[in-house]
Write a protein that binds this ligand. Structure first.
Ligand SMILES: Cc1cc2nc3c(=O)[nH]c(=O)nc-3n(C[C@H](O)[C@H](O)[C@H](O)COP(=O)(O)OP(=O)(O)OC[C@H]3O[C@@H](n4cnc5c(N)ncnc54)[C@H](O)[C@@H]3O)c2cc1C
Ligand code: FES
Length: 324
């Protein structure tokens, strides 16, 4: 058992616990989201000794040098003195400027945040409620001068944050927004490369931003989007994406429905990743973006690699489920 000292109070970390588990068990207020090292909302710092290397996975070198670490990845090997970060420094204040439904369970939320001007469509931010509850959401639009960020939020049954956003948050409300992070975005090099975008559910959010970015920047290679949902009514932006496909000769759009009944003629039957696998013949040289359900992202990443896509050309955003 190791000791954790936070603001002169001491807590005991059990053998199989992370720093985050211990602090939450002891009722210490520390934000967290994914508990898997993805969202970085549990970022914290040691005051003396460096943290274990595995707790710094994915951090910038400058952060590593300053002993920052992710509490959800940290199994302490020795006693630690910890400084929790000032949340006001980590978040900017945003204001909700629009909330409208994209389909029966997906909300388009627009937040204006003047402090966040530099980002890439497809990156994600952490949104934080006043009580500290924090969740990650992907940015669905390309950067705009007014600092407007768009999000697609799927309502989850009993989901604490998504239900709050759907049912309670109103235009004019304030909401805390973190710095954008993540590597799943479009870079304009190799404009003639094929781009394969595969997403499930609100995995369309980062892909819509990446698509817009690529086409607006004059990407000349073929761009294929496979968007999947279990039922036809769970898809959204269908007409808009069909119009996009008519406007841009190099863009093709495949809305996919995995249930076996009531599939409108314009949709393809099957899971988005399976439809994409059946459709694609030559994978070499393609850049692949995979967003949404973690199982789809993991299996499609392996499939794309085995088909010949270079690992460095595969970009993923898995919407990992928080383990509460
Ligand atoms: C990098 C990243 C980007 C993300 N981008 C988006 C986005 O653009 N749009 C979006 O809607 N969500 C996105 N998510 C997921 C989001 O962060 C939350 O996990 C999701 O909104 C659920 O939070 P909640 O508080 O409502 O549910 P919770 O209260 O955390 O969970 C409620 C129940 O739902 C289950 N659950 C949680 N998440 C999921 C899920 N994704 N699918 C199925 N069941 C789930 C839980 O196991 C639990 O049983 C992203 C996640 C990550 C890590
Ligand atoms: S990185 Fe620790 S909770 Fe997400």
């Amino acid at each position: 058992m190791t000791k954790l000292t936070v603001a002169e109070k001491t807590y005991h970390c059990q053998a199989d616990e992370t720093v985050l588990d211990t602090l939450l068990r002891e009722g210490v207020q520390i934000p967290f989201g994914c508990k898997q090292g993805t969202c970085h909302s549990c970022l914290t710092r040691t005051l003396k000794q460096p943290p274990p290397a595995e707790a710094q996975k994915g951090l910038k070198d400058t952060q590593k040098r300053q002993n920052y670490f992710l509490a959800c990845l940290c199994h302490p090997k020795e006693d630690m003195q910890i400084k929790l970060l000032d949340q006001e420094e980590m978040f900017s204040q945003g204001i909700v400027i629009a909330n409208e439904m994209l389909n029966h369970n997906t909300l388009l939320l627009k937040i204006k945040c003047q402090d966040i001007q530099e980002y890439f469509a497809g990156q994600f931010v952490n949104l934080q409620r006043e009580d500290g509850l924090t969740r990650s959401y992907s940015i669905a639009n390309t950067p705009q001068q007014e600092g407007i960020l768009e999000f697609h939020i799927r309502r989850l049954k009993d989901g604490q944050f998504s239900t709050w956003l759907h049912d309670e948050v109103q235009v004019g409300d304030n909401i805390a927004v973190s710095e954008p992070q993540g590597h799943c975005f479009y870079v304009p090099e190799r404009a003639d490369q094929g781009l394969l975008l595969v997403g499930t559910g609100t995995g369309l959010a980062p892909l819509a931003g990446i698509l817009e970015d690529a086409l607006e920047q004059g990407h000349t290679g073929p761009v294929k989007l496979f968007h999947g949902a279990s039922k036809a009514e769970d898809l959204y932006r269908v007409k808009e994406l069909q119009a996009f496909a008519e406007k841009y000769d190099n863009f093709s759009y495949y809305p996919c429905v995995s249930s076996t009944t009531n599939i409108p003629g314009e949709f393809t039957a099957g899971r988005a990743n399976e439809v994409a696998l059946a459709h694609m013949t030559d994978w070499k040289g393609w850049r692949v973006f995979l967003c949404g359900h973690p199982d789809m992202v993991t299996s499609m990443k392996t499939d794309a690699f085995l088909k010949g896509v270079a690992m460095g050309d595969i970009y993923t955003d898995a919407f990992v489920v928080a383990n509460q």
